[in-house]
Design a protein around this ligand. Sequence first.
Ligand code: SR1
Ligand code: MG
Length: 394
Amino acid sequence: MSVTTANTYKPLTEEAAFNLAISKGLFQPNSSLSCEEIGDGNLNLVFRIKDSQSGKSIIIKQALPYAKVVGESWPLTLHRATIEAEALKISAKICPNYVPEVYFSDDVLAVTIMEDLSHLSIARTGFLSGETYPLISQHLGEFLAKTLFYTSDYGLGASDKKEWAKKFINPELCKITEDLIFTDPFFNSSNNSFEEGLRKEVKQLWNDEELKFHASVLKKSFLTEAEVLLHGDLHTGSVFAGLKETKVIDPEFAFYGPAGFDIGQVLANLAFQVIVNEKERNTFIQHIETVWKVFVKEFSRLWKEENKEAFAVSDEFSNYILEKYFSDSLGFAGCELIRRTVGLAHVADLDSIPEDERRLSAKRKTLEIGKKLIKDRSSIKSIEQLSQLLRELV
Ligand code: SR1
Ligand code: MG
């Protein structure tokens, strides 16, 4: 994959990050550089290095050999850094406007050096401070259409797709998703984390055999359906946004899986704002509709114009694919809504609500919507029907 410059792995200090950037020719040795560790995610170190004279800045992201959110007791492969760098490079070829540029990556140091996007904000954080980013849904719809088409058997060709699938075998990160999204929330697992005030609803969920059957079907799809190269963790904390720009970051969970997984995560993470943000509820319902409509339009165009598969010309087949992706997306969105309420990794959209009753009520609604999407995903036939359902349940 990338050229290795180090022989052994070591977590970077601010000084080492600084020296690495200079040694890669990204700054002159005599520049006035500042370096700060700004990582606030669950898994990695992130350094921003800035030249105060020229204003130029870069990001160095380094994987830690454990999950930062839990601590050293949860070891985690460094190979995820290679997966992330390679996935970013592929996305840069498919849709350069929607990902940061990668300047350098190193497999041994588990490091990716990339464009600094600090003129933008993490979308989830921006939403929480009242931003709505008018173009974000259009951009994410296009990003999804392009990445999910061009990495599929239909856009890439069956042989190349198998080569890519091999390169993106990502068992440890997949296991996190298999456990945290598809398993733990549906059982009394010690990984779960939920408020005492939700215990009644959570117990109902654990006893809901119909729901657990559907969750097991969705988990089977995640385990076995190598349809496309997924980002694998496409929540609004993995998106930088501004008024005119949207950039998708952090594809360390990338692997070949079901297309609906990325779409579902985007829909679910917009749905958190539908639930909590009364003032902008219509805006976020509109965002959800736009993601899906732009996805369908662009994906259908690519499917028709660039397909490598003879069978793909039939309208019946393309409709079948889009219907499958839609119902899969709803089911995966439901799992994301539930796990962010009951499971290990929460979202600030819900947790930052200060008043206990309002927060618990939002979480109860999240669980209700999640359950409904999982169970009824095949009978919800249009994006308008999804909007209607959200309006009814919030
Ligand atoms: C231990 S990692 C917890 C969560 O953080 C990542 O961003 C993924 O969403 C994962 O499920
Ligand atoms: Mg991440």
